[in-house]
Design a protein around this ligand. Structure first.
Ligand code: ATP
Ligand code: MG
Length: 362
């Protein structure tokens, strides 16, 4: 069986460190491993419109931001197909048919959608499109017969929903679709990177992000004002590591060699944590270290972005070519789906002959 990846991001803002550790970095590694037959990376503008219907300009403006972020972290259009969701009408068609295989109560149970509804104050007026976006994600994934979906932990319920749809479809219409596997980050801190405000998730919608394209100075300022342990007031006070996002970020980004380079007084992260817990280690020192670690990771990404920004039309061309390639693949799947569902009347000579015979005999 071919090994195929599908994943993507909503163009609701520039991409941030949560995306980077939760999904982007892994994608680049997988891309460069050469182990995959095809890699599709989608800018999910149609999905972004499900909760931004009144703000299409936001979505429109952010397509290029996401594309620039993709290319600057190392996604390579020669190896990965970068495309825009709305340019593939097949995805809408597949969603429409999958809707018949899912119940309203099943959608209501989706914990990610539940918390997103709360976050957006949608309780009394949930757009139907938003409510059903897990179904549209199933369409995105199955349209490419994806076998692997590398995403953050918040996407687990979507993958579960997709698997259920695939099973149901295959059971009702015969073996057609492929059940995908989720690929979560193997570092626990990267499953759901918290925001700089200490909230559970760094998210564009919460305004608590460090963006990949932030300037060196912006990153420094954000790190220096990050949420730590509110009870760690004086340097000599013992500090808490749990829920202290400076340490969570270090868990996500810091490598042993960073100590040698930027903080040689400590052997490793455990030693730093121990000192913090004991008391006598100030937040500023830890934040300065984190800043150095992040700057090292972000500097080359920022530099590549600067280069790419010089030729914006070329980036749009990459997206156009990617969308054309993805279109053809999705079209092939849609044809198979319609055939399985027996809604391919004009391709079915047998059906036409059978009907003709029936009427001749009357
Ligand atoms: P929005 O607020 O518009 O939903 P978002 O910041 O949640 O934006 P998405 O585009 O919904 O970003 O997510 C894209 C991908 O990034 C998904 O695979 C998701 O799991 C992953 N991701 C997003 N935020 C984080 C995070 N804080 N930690 C780990 N992974 C994340
Ligand atoms: Mg999201």
């Amino acid at each position: 069986m071919a090994k195929i990846i599908l994943t993507g991001d909503r163009p609701t803002g520039r991409l941030h460190l949560g995306h980077y550790v939760g999904s982007l970095k892994r994608r680049v590694d997988l891309q460069n491993s050469g182990e995959f037959d095809d890699i599709f990376i989608m800018i999910a503008d149609a999905q972004a419109l499900t909760d931004n219907a009144d703000n299409p300009e936001k979505v429109r403006q952010n397509i290029i931001e996401v594309a620039l972020d993709y290319l600057s972290v190392g996604l390579d259009p020669a190896k990965s197909t970068l495309f825009i969701q709305s340019q593939l009408p097949q995805l809408c068609e597949l969603s429409f048919y999958y809707m018949n295989l899912v119940t309203v109560s099943r959608l209501q149970r989706n914990p990610t959608v539940k918390s997103e509804i709360q976050m957006r104050n949608f309780e009394a007026s949930i757009p139907v499109g938003f409510f059903t976006y897990p179904i549209s994600q199933a369409a995105d994934i199955t349209a490419f017969m994806a076998t692997i979906v590398p995403v953050g932990e918040d996407q687990l319920p979507m993958l579960e929903q997709t698997k259920e749809i695939v099973r149901k479809f295959n059971q009702v219409y015969g073996d057609t679709l492929i059940e995908p596997d989720i690929l979560l980050p193997d570092n626990k801190a990267c499953l759901r990177l918290p925001g700089t405000d200490g909230k559970a998730k760094m998210s564009k919608s919460l305004g608590n992000c460090i963006y990949l394209s932030d300037s060196e100075e912006d990153v420094r300022k954000k790190v220096m004002s990050m949420y730590t342990d509110p009870d760690h007031i004086r340097v000599q006070d013992p500090g808490r590591i749990e829920g202290n996002c400076v340490f969570t970020y270090l868990d996500a980004f810091c490598k042993p060699e960073h100590f040698e380079k930027y903080l040689p007084d400590y052997e490793n992260l455990d030693a730093l944590k121990e000192h913090y817990k004991r008391g006598g280690l100030g937040d500023v020192k830890v934040k300065k270290f984190l800043n150095a670690v992040l700057q090292e990771e972000l500097a080359p990404i920022r530099a590549r972005r600067k280069e790419l920004e010089k030729d914006i039309p070329a980036v749009y061309r990459i997206l156009k070519e990617g969308s054309e390639k993805a279109y053809a693949v999705a079209e092939g799947t849609l044809r198979k789906v319609k055939e399985a569902m027996k809604i391919n009347y004009f391709d079915d000579a047998e059906l036409i002959a059978e009907q003709a015979k029936k009427y001749q005999e009357q």
